[in-house]
Design a protein around this ligand. Structure first.
Ligand code: ARG
Length: 606
């Protein structure tokens, strides 16, 4: 018997080390049981939310009103308040609920046990910030960034990169097996014209690397010729055919052009700390041939003015699988990619991150893939994650003063320049060393660009404004980065090490007596709830809202609760409140983890 108790205890400890419980879900589970017991004839799931106001307790169960209606329909009349009473009477024994109270028409206000809060808080200090419980480990393929070769990576791709990286980080944190893929536009007829132009302007390209660093200008020049010169156009088409046949000189030319672009993209990824594997449309060339063969032999393709199209049930627009010139399209590559991702990659979750303008494209691809049997969405979760367009402060298409489009490298440089100016403005150059100032400026610039993007509902259009994102008041990265360094400095000032805090946590002696302490503690513990919600709808802004609320709540706490008492005259430390330092530590840990999930680097000093 002793042994089995010990084993159980060990298992409990192990699960604590592994995952953080979502209190809202735990409470919901408890109410679920109560409802089933009290009303075995109705099947209805428990509705439990965190309370919007402190006087309504920590969480609220809102089932009574609906249940009363359902019961009435079943010929049983019971007022919502009586229903609420019944639910409360059937609550199973548990270590979580302190108190339940019926309010108004039949709301149940729920207060969580202090002991439960304290033990979860201690767990954070002892085991770190852990992910929420994962039901099933999945292989997730995240298709993001995906710029086009020979074209500049633009702000839309920047959004995809930032959002995709953050979603990938979250999935990785939770423990999923994540494949990060950039579906580069690196194939198609435009390469014929680029190759033909390269062969004309730089015939020695096989032995000497061509001067095409400015690929955009190169692209433009090729395009002009393509549009104006019929002979050139014909050669461009021939070049595509030779490229697709992998004729070596042509293939080499294509590789060179792609490498120039990929190097440029890589610079951006490096600066932003983003990892992604380049697997563009070209990767699927052979698979596209197979897909066409497969669909053709099954008689699924229709001829339409020389094109081969695939019609999708209930959708007006068909997919173009083969163009009249025999070439493949964006559609073909996505059909082949879907098949490869499901069959070879064995992904059970596919996430595509692009601007909302491609919504219809993906809707058709998903339905078509399902219709022809390339994916079964009962087993594979397939989602398009759309985002709005980036606008300038004038609410028009985003561009810089001088040029028509914005080069991302220039944008990042301008961010750093502005962040540095702002830091100097605040006199930080007098406190920080030159290197520290550089580090801080970069962290602030990249952090702000990412945060400004992630903190808004991604589905809306987004106005890019350095002034707003570099503001140190309000819900911005600068504000939060300052908040975090300030919290961190408290422990430093008290000179208490994290191992000392761990000891306090282990001794299970934490106690709070101030309402602001409880408020902060309870908010900290909502972290897993926030993450689980994000895993559901892949909207990241609630994490930013949470960070902002956390730092505001921390300020409220810190303004009223002394963590360190110092002698007014000598500045000597008289008393350190370890319980409160634990709150500081846990807040900082949650903020650091959140920053990490958003892809934002913290700074020690700024
Ligand atoms: N290259 C495309 C663009 O720039 C985005 C590709 C997105 N991914 C995909 N599998 N279609 O618009």
């Amino acid at each position: 018997l002793n042994l089995s108790i010990k084993k159980e205890e060990e298992a409990l400890q192990a699960s604590k080390r592994k995952a953080m419980p979502n209190i809202q879900k735990v409470v919901q589970g408890i109410f679920e049981q109560a409802i089933v017991k009290a009303f075995p004839d109705v099947s209805i799931s428990a509705i439990v939310h965190s309370s919007t106001q402190e006087r309504f307790g920590d969480y609220q169960c809102n089932n009574a009103m609906i249940l009363s209606k359902v019961l009435k329909e079943n010929g049983k009349s019971l007022s919502p308040r009586s229903v609420a009473e019944q639910i409360i009477q059937h609550l199973p024994a548990n270590d979580v609920l302190e108190k339940t109270e019926i309010a108004g028409p039949g709301f149940i206000n729920i207060t969580i046990k202090k002991h439960f809060i304290l033990s979860l808080l201690s767990d954070i200090i002892m085991y770190g910030v852990r992910p929420p419980v994962m039901n099933r480990k999945m292989r997730v393929l995240v298709d993001f960034s995906s710029p086009n070769v020979a074209k500049e990576m633009h702000v839309g791709h920047l959004r995809s990169t930032i959002i995709g990286d953050s979603i990938s980080r979250l999935l990785e944190f939770v423990g999923h097996d994540v494949v990060r893929i950039s579906h580069l536009g690196d194939w198609g007829t435009q390469f014929g014209m680029l190759i033909a132009h390269l062969r004309d302007t730089f015939p020695k390209y096989l032995n000497q690397s061509p001067p095409i660093a400015d690929l955009q200008a190169f692209y433009k020049a090729a395009k002009v010729r393509f549009d104006e010169d019929a002979v050139f156009k014909k050669r461009a088409y021939e070049a595509v055919v030779k490229l697709q046949a992998r004729e070596s000189d042509y293939f080499k030319a294509w590789e060179m052009i792609c490498d120039v672009s990929k190097n440029e993209f890589e610079k951006i990824y490096q600066r932003l700390g983003v990892k992604v594997v380049n697997r563009g449309e070209s990767f699927y060339q052979d698979m596209m041939i197979d897909v066409v063969k497969d669909l053709d032999t099954r008689g699924l393709l229709e001829l339409d003015e020389g094109r081969k199209i695939l019609k999708v049930p209930n959708i007006k627009v068909p997919l173009t699988i083969v163009k009249s010139d025999g070439g493949f399209t964006y559609d073909t590559s996505d059909m082949a990619a879907m098949r490869q991702r499901v069959m070879d990659e064995k992904a059970d979750w596919l996430i595509y991150i692009t601007d909302g303008g491609q919504g219809l494209h993906f809707e058709i691809i998903f339905s078509a893939s399902e219709a022809v049997g390339y994916v079964n969405r009962k087993h594979v979760r397939v989602v398009h994650v759309p985002f709005g367009v980036v606008l300038g402060e004038d609410k028009k298409k985003f561009k810089t003063r001088s040029t028509d489009t914005v080069r991302l490298v220039d944008l990042l440089d301008e961010g750093i320049r502005r962040a540095k100016a702002k830091l100097i403005d605040k006199g930080r150059d007098k406190v920080l060393s030159k290197e520290e100032l550089e580090v801080a400026a970069k962290a602030v610039a990249y952090g702000c660009i990412k945060y400004a993007d992630l903190s808004r509902n991604r589905t809306g259009d987004y106005i890019f404004s350095f002034d707003k994102m570099l503001d140190d008041k309000g819900n911005t990265a600068v504000y939060l980065l300052y908040a975090l360094t300030r919290i961190r400095s408290i422990a430093r000032l008290a000179n208490v090490s994290s191992s000392e805090l761990t000891k306090v946590a282990e001794s299970a002696s934490i106690e709070f007596d101030h309402p602001k302490e409880w408020k902060l503690a309870k908010l900290i513990l909502r972290f897993p709830e926030i993450l689980e919600k994000i895993l559901d709808d892949l909207l990241l802004h609630p994490l930013c809202d949470f960070m902002y609320e956390l730092s505001c709540t921390f300020t409220e706490f810190y303004d009223t609760c002394y963590c360190i008492e110092k002698d007014r005259k000598t500045g000597e430390i008289l008393k350190i409140n370890m319980n409160r330092l634990i709150l500081c530590e846990a807040t900082a840990m949650i903020m650091e983890k959140s920053f990490h999930l958003l892809g934002i680097d913290g700074v020690d000093k700024m």
